[in-house]
Design a protein. Sequence first.
Length: 443
Amino acid sequence: MTKKTDVLILGAGITGLAAAKYLSEKGQGLIIIEKSPLLGGLARTVKTGDHCFDLGGHRLYFRDPGLEKEVEELIGPENLIKQKRKSRIVIEGRFLKYPPSLAEAFFHLTPDVVFSAIKGPASLPAGGISLQDWITGNFGGKIHDLYFRDYTKKVWGLETSEISAVWAEARIGKTSMLKMAADLLPGRALTKENAKIFSYPSKGIGELAKAFERALEDKAGIITSARPIKFIKNGTKLAALEYEHENTAKTVEFNTAISTIPLNALGDLLGLAEDRSFKNLRYRALIVAFVLLEKPEAFEDHWLYFPDKDIFFSRACELCNWSPHFKKSAFYPMTFEIFCDKGDKTWNARESCIKENLLTSFQKVKGLEKAFIKYFAMEKIDAAYPLLYRGYEESLSAATSEATEYSNLKLAGRSGTHSYFDLEECLKSAKTAAENILKPTVA
């Protein structure tokens, strides 16, 4: 069976759906191929029994007012909650504000360390610097050790000296402790990491994907639970994609393709599975554990971060603080994020083992030491975050160059470009890809 379309989109996460919306508004025929049975990618709200939970805490915060307005109109402003961000990091039993504030530094650190963090060094090492270089250069060694050293190892599986500074420069920007502290003052938010007010869909982040799906009704063919097999090529262009759906081999022919899937998966479809540039691009896996907890009260935070090596999880979300929609009983709904690598011991662990490790860790956290799990569910994401290890840029550049040798293939989104994008950046990437497709027909 063969279908034909103007544009094929690989991946129905937020980037793929947004690109489809922009293109559909210009009359382009569209087919979206998604391997999961559900839409939204990591920006998805999962239903389990009578309850639901987000796969991650996604803030809707925009630098671009026009884009913010588009999203508000798409979801409906009446369906959005304005939230004041609250998050803390738990270090040796102490709950400290995150991002770190100057006040916290003065309270917990010695005067010489605070002065070093405020001033920062005269310059950073030149070229290809590590995350350790960047944090130490901007905040000082003590801030690095306290806030970032152990947490980075837990989340990424690498030391800060092995992680590229690209992530920090993109998410935080050139700064110092003094600038960051000023950024936290009322009316200021020069870095997204410090944004104090954000919007959130009242029924979970999955409402954004649902809104895109409604906008695409009768305008795009969305094929879920489909397994891409390989591209069929015609010289310097891609002509078609072979895929499997409902145990049947199928083909879709297209004029242009947008890929939002992990770049190494794209390499497989292009017949470049053994190419070192694609193989060297790595992704960190994630297990999201959802629990209903019997405990005295909710934490005041949206996020809690746990760098301690003896704590099984890295981050926790108190869901009822995101939206009252999540709390449907007397128990408190929370998610706990466990980072790992696909195929490792943690990834392969049984649900009972994950649950037991959670309970053991609860005993070490004030506010959770008496918590009892009344309900448990979990989701696994095998390529949740691109791993920006030190030196990854060379492999990324080579893989991107090889992929875009096909003139009708566009890359977009976090996984598609192997970039640590937030939601706004994903939406902008989708719009750019759509505009690049439309350019030849515009004039």
